[in-house]
Design a protein around this ligand. Structure first.
Ligand code: GRF
Length: 196
């Protein structure tokens, strides 16, 4: 199978980015991660990219007066990287509609809940896990979905459930979900790249 190109977007720690990169190194996914795009110069993900010789692009919508410049920059970067798949891994900015349209069905995201529950603008990170616990849900999990113009509303590709235990805190639940994310994301990427 031909090796394909992946570009990852990440704003934070980058543990999913790392899991994907490790899977690619082990040839568990038929791809190489050519670049990381981040809006956050302090992102752990950027550190990891530097340590592993993955090209980095720091680009944030806040650096541009309007969305045109930002979109143009993203188009340039993605045009030069030629990704077969764009993987959002904890990327906190919205992907502009123009980019979503240009890479239709080639952008995926992972969300730390069972979408459509706890999805949409403002639902990210510990807020999600706190709400799951406050609502007394008995299960949570993670979802991989296609990215469309609306936050967290694209078609679901795969979900994994985890139990919510009585003594869980948002932190213990987050850790249980994240562990599953690291297993699920490489599997989904492998599946998609093997069927494209
Ligand atoms: C994950 O929980 C993911 O579901 C969400 O952002 C978090 C990123 O974590 N979209 P990390 O930076 O990959 O550790």
């Amino acid at each position: 199978m031909k090796t394909k190109n992946i570009v990852v977007f990440a704003s934070g720690t980058g543990s999913n980015f790392k899991a994907l990169h490790q899977a690619a190194l082990k040839r568990e996914i038929p791809a190489r991660i050519t670049a990381l795009i981040s809006d956050n110069p302090d992102a752990g993900a950027l550190r990891y990219a530097r340590e592993h010789g993955i090209r980095e692009h720091i680009v944030s919508p806040t650096d541009y007066e309007d969305s045109t410049g930002y979109v143009q920059k993203l188009r340039e970067i993605l045009g030069s990287e030629s990704p077969d798949l764009i993987v959002l891994a904890g990327y906190l900015k919205k992907i502009p509609n123009e980019i979503v349209d240009l890479y239709k069905r080639r952008i995926i995201n992972i969300h730390p809940a069972l979408l459509p529950k706890y999805g949409g603008k403002g639902w990210y990170g510990m807020r999600v896990h706190r709400a799951v616990i406050e609502n007394g849900d008995q299960e949570s999990g993670c979802t991989v979905h296609y990215v469309t113009r609306v936050y967290d509303e694209g078609p679901v590709i795969a979900q994994v459930k985890v139990p919510v235990r009585k003594d869980d805190t948002a932190e213990t639940l987050a850790a249980r979900v994240l562990k599953q994310e690291h297993l699920l994301y490489p599997k989904v990427v492998r599946f998609l790249l093997s069927h494209s």
